[in-house]
Design a binder for this molecule. Structure first.
Ligand SMILES: [Fe+2]
Length: 187
């Protein structure tokens, strides 16, 4: 778990003290990524690393455009020289393309493309099953909580409203994939 340990230490240094809730959330997202390891095979460590680091764009050191997925991916690429696939997962996680479109940042996001659908599904599943305070949560309830927190005037509200069907479809695909992997193990 070399890459994951590196990402864990980096994220801890960026979030633990200044943004403890984000750090608690990130640790739960990481724990969820570990549960997907049997379904991900060779990409399990990459997902774990992306999971712990997915919200580094909220750190003061990373903030730039205000779109935290892009800011996190840029920080990982430009400041610490992270693996390109890791940066891509962080860039495209959860509602990122919708948020980027709202902010006129779709071309900027495309710097990190093309997105790898299976890994983006997986990180979205991990993010949406982890509450802001670091507990397991139902993804549909989590999306309602996000919408309530931001309110209809906010860009995140509009992006998440538009993205919701696809985000829940991603969760469904990951659950299916996890069930299939468990089945293969039994048979
Ligand atoms: Fe998150």
């Amino acid at each position: 778990m070399k890459l994951a340990k590196w990402a864990h230490d980096l994220t801890e240094s960026l979030l633990a003290e200044s943004l403890p809730r984000r750090w608690a959330h990130s640790q739960q997202v990481y724990a969820q990524a570990l549960t997907l390891a049997p379904a991900l095979g060779a990409d399990a460590e990459l997902l774990a690393a992306a999971a712990i680091a997915h919200d580094v764009g909220y750190a003061r050191e990373a903030m730039d455009t205000g779109q935290h997925m892009i800011d996190g991916a840029r920080y990982l690429r430009d400041v610490v020289g992270a693996d390109a696939r890791l940066c891509s997962i962080v860039a495209f996680h959860t509602s990122s393309p919708w948020e980027a479109a709202e902010l006129g940042l779709s071309e900027t996001l495309a710097e990190f493309g093309p997105a790898e659908q299976g890994l983006v599904d997986a990180i979205t599943y991990c993010d949406l099953t982890s509450s802001p305070t670091g507990h397991l949560v139902d993804p549909a309830a989590r999306l309602v909580e996000v919408l309530d927190r931001y309110g209809p005037e906010h860009v995140v509200y509009r992006a998440v409203s538009a993205a919701r069907p696809e985000l829940l479809a991603r969760v469904h695909r990951v659950r299916q994939r996890r069930a299939e992997a468990a089945q293969e193990k039994i048979s």
